[in-house]
Design a protein around this ligand. Structure first.
Ligand code: SF4
Length: 404
């Protein structure tokens, strides 16, 4: 039950990636006109659909909308297409293939909430051309092309940037639903979430629930990359098996799959039948997040890969909190020594200890996400780590002469 952006179709499910690009007439011919819905009606539909945010946190969308609607001032609605995660391309593909759906979601919410502003924030990695063209015929929709980076899409960093400040996460104690863009209650929803809202507004909650399960409804976009023959963006029913989502992309000799991107966790290839749900992924400390799946093959050293990712994540912090300034670089450095087969038996403990120390200590979840990824690497590749400590790498079968 998947379709990919490369045109491979493994089923008839093609809700989000219809491919009408910025052609408004074709968009309306495919999807029908966007209804005018009052707030109560829209909230009822979104709530009944069970839609959850597709940007990472998976928070129920109706609760977020309700929080903003209860504010004292007219709110601002923001579409988040920052896509700072290097392994994610779903927002880019969605905005290329179906920009009107995203704008429809923004518009139907902005109307229902009587929003003061409706802004689609687009990161630098995304070609904003199609969505800018699509937005031209719509009144009151702004497309903002913003600076990027791994944490730039974080809700408070995005609000900061729209307020003319740098793209740094701010303190987590002021909720953007209370005070965000221009000091107004602000609803920030991922671009895919907006497209799902647009479909729910047209087709209703039962239609939405005809894919997925009672607890995890609808479809999601997954970006699949790494050791696959056909990397791309796959649309699949929620709660699909990992194996089924990967199938159309032709994985090659998978050893494990990183679920959830650089802040995610590994699922070993021996467990590809796991369903992509919160409960089935919990034993791996993984979550669907923004739908990023990276396939690692059995000839690539997971420690080397993880050390490079940890380096990147250490460099992407906003460097304003202790765990990011001190903890992440130290964790990455120790991981590099492990990857290099340095025979220091204290290294795994040092890495795990640092991962424990940085958790919950930052102004945003960047240290926690990095610690999750590093901790998962040590856990899932425990045998691999043991081999490195003995001076050889099972992936490359390369012995090493490096000592302490
Ligand atoms: S925890 Fe790290 S990334 Fe987050 S705000 Fe602090 S320094 Fe920036």
């Amino acid at each position: 039950m998947t379709t990919t952006s490369t045109g491979v179709s493994a089923s008839s499910t093609r809700r989000l990636l219809g491919g009408v690009q910025s052609d408004a007439a074709r968009h309306e011919a495919v999807h029908g006109p966007l209804p005018h819905l009052g707030l109560d009606e829209l909230l009822r539909l979104v709530e009944a659909s069970g839609l959850t945010g597709r940007g990472g946190a998976g928070f129920p969308t109706a609760i977020k909308v309700r929080a903003v609607a209860s504010g004292a001032r007219r709110p601002v609605v923001v579409g988040n297409a920052m896509e700072g995660e290097p392994l994610s391309h779903k927002d880019a593909v969605l905005l290329d293939r179906s920009p009107h759906l995203v704008l429809d979601g923004l518009q139907v919410l902005a109307r229902a909430l009587r929003a003061k502003r409706a802004v689609l924030a687009v990161g630098p990695e995304i070609d904003a051309g199609p969505v800018q063209a699509a937005a031209r015929g719509r009144r009151g929709i702004e497309v903002a092309h913003l600076d990027g980076g791994f944490v730039a899409g974080q809700e408070t960093a995005l609000v900061n940037q729209l307020n003319g400040r740098s793209a740094l996460p701010r303190d987590p104690f002021t909720r953007v639903t209370e005070s965000g863009v221009d000091g107004r209650p602000t609803l920030v929803l991922n671009a895919e979430t907006l497209a799902q809202v647009a479909l729910i507004a047209r087709h209703g909650a039962d239609w939405f629930r005809s894919a997925g399960t009672a607890d995890d409804s609808g479809t999601s976009l997954f970006t699949v990359s790494g050791a696959v023959g056909r990397p791309g963006v796959v649309e699949a029913a929620r709660a699909s098996r990992l194996r089924d989502v990967l199938e159309a992309t032709e994985p090659r000799r998978p050893a494990a799959v990183l679920v959830g991107g650089y802040h995610g966790a590994w699922v070993p290839a021996t467990h590809l039948d796991v369903r992509l749900t919160r409960s089935e992924l919990a034993p791996w400390n993984a979550a669907v997040g923004a739908g990023v799946l990276y396939v690692l093959d059995d000839r690539t050293c997971p420690l080397r890969y993880a050390a490079e990712v940890a380096d990147y994540l250490a460099g992407e912090s906003a460097a304003q909190c202790g765990p990011c300034i001190n903890g992440l670089p130290q964790m990455a450095a120790d991981l590099h020594r492990l990857a290099a087969c340095v025979r220091d038996q204290r290294l795994p403990v040092a890495v795990a200890r640092m991962a424990g120390l940085v958790k919950g200590r930052g102004a945003c979840a960047h240290p926690d996400g990095t610690a999750r990824f590093v901790g998962s690497t040590l856990e899932v590749f425990r045998d691999h780590t043991a081999a490195h400590l003995q001076g050889w790498c099972p992936s490359t079968m390369r012995p090493t002469t490096r000592g302490m």
